[in-house]
Write a protein that binds this ligand. Structure first.
Ligand code: NAD
Ligand code: TDX
Length: 336
């Protein structure tokens, strides 16, 4: 079996590549990544020399390149993780989100249709469903109601995937996951940003009142869910993935400060994110009952391990925050 994993140098993609390379020595895993600011081959140092792993640098939205790659490699499965993934960046520069997330998905779908694959799996997000109030959960039947340019681009991509299944009979699945956390999470996102700022005794910028709720899932549990959907998911179906770990942002920040022994005076409430979704919560019943998925991490131990990972891998994140990312960091939060 030959798998194309796009975006395999990013946070979730690199965790997934590692998981698959180790679990399936007989599969060949081809990691295609453009290495944007978020792509980092350091994430894969421990497996880069494995015989069943190969890296290719390229853009999923480059149609000629993608066509050529499919022609040459004859993939059995395609898993599309590659995306512009940060909501705040989509507010300042939506165009690249349409380019990568929609045009890139279209180029992959066209190549999969032209050359034929056993399955095309699109890694999507719960953000396509919009926002919840105090109660209720997103199911696979919840209407799409994206609120940010990021989630709108992911919803557009999901509809293209659906259309390629309905119109052309391409065997597809879509997974929609809640917020992931764990090792190699890029330091622009809430959990790693807060850990790193706290370690550096810098302010922790909490948007609005800090009471927005996210449903946290350990990245390894997400990888296991994708593996299940790839092998057992019914063609054409959507599967929600979520850990039933709802936490307010301020709770997360306080948990981090407590474990690191840092004072809550570091917390700074800042201007809210425009269009900030209030609450996400996933109903993953379909994945649990139909495919037998069950997450192995409980949030309290998962977050403790994750904080320890950042403590033990200082060099990894110091390299990131001293590079190009620093400029973006400054434009968002000032030179602190
Ligand atoms: P990430 O930003 O850490 O990684 C994205 C990767 O895609 C990077 O390696 C980047 O170099 C690569 N990439 C970007 N543009 C590319 C292009 N044009 N061609 C090839 N590669 C390109 O993102 P992540 O958090 O790992 O998210 C992975 C996927 O999971 C995304 O599709 C995202 O929408 C989805 N998702 C993420 C979360 C989460 O909590 N992080 C939750 C649900 C869904
Ligand atoms: O500095 C911050 N302060 C803050 O209060 C940052 C970066 C975030 N926040 C808040 C905004 C959100 O309510 O924390 C919450 C989480 O924010 P992000 O880490 O930016 O994640 P989110 O916007 O929830 O989106 C993430 O989960 C779904 C991923 O980035 C998406 O790619 C995924 O689809």
């Amino acid at each position: 079996m030959k798998l194309l994993v796009t975006g395999g140098a990013g946070f979730i993609g690199s965790n997934f590549v590692r998981y698959m390379v180790n679990k399936y020595p007989d599969y060949t895993i081809v990691n295609l990544d453009l290495l944007t600011y978020a792509g980092n081959l350091e994430n894969l140092k421990d497996i880069e020399n494995k015989p069943n792993y190969k890296f290719v640098r390229g853009d999923i939205a480059d149609r000629d390149f993608i066509h050529g790659l499919f022609q040459e490699e004859k993939f059995d499965y395609v898993l599309n993780f590659a995306a512009e993934s940060h909501v705040d960046r989509s507010i300042t520069d939506p165009g690249i989100f349409v380019q990568t997330n929609i045009q890139g998905t279209l180029a992959l779908l066209d190549a999969a249709k032209t050359f034929g694959v056993k399955k095309y799996l699109q890694v999507s997000t719960d953000e396509v469903y919009g926002t919840l109030g105090e109660t209720g959960y997103f199911t696979e039947e919840t209407p799409l109601a994206a609120n940010s340019p990021y989630s709108a681009s992911k919803a557009g991509a999901d509809l293209l995937v659906r259309a390629y299944n309905e119109t052309f009979g391409l065997p597809t699945n879509i997974t929609r996951c809640s917020n992931n956390y764990g090792p190699y999470h890029f330091p622009e996102k809430l959990i790693p940003l807060m850990i790193i700022n706290a370690l550096n005794d810098k302010e922790l910028p909490v948007y609005g009142d800090g009471l927005n709720v996210r449903d946290w899932l350990h990245v390894e549990d997400h990888c296991q869910a994708i593996d299940l959907v790839l092998h057992k998911g019914l063609v054409g179906e959507v599967y929600n993935v979520g850990g039933n770990n709802e936490r307010t942002n301020i709770d997360i920040v306080k948990t981090i400060l407590k474990q690191l022994g840092k004072p809550e005076s570091l917390i700074k409430f800042v201007k809210d994110r425009p269009g900030h979704d209030r609450r996400y919560a996933i109903d993953a019943t379909k994945l649990r009952t139909e495919l037998g998925w069950s997450p192995k991490y409980n949030f309290d131990t998962g977050i403790e391990q994750t904080i320890n990972w950042y403590l033990n891998n200082k060099e990894w994140w110091e390299n990131i925050i001293s590079g190009e990312y620093q400029e973006y960091f400054k434009s968002q939060y000032g030179d602190r």
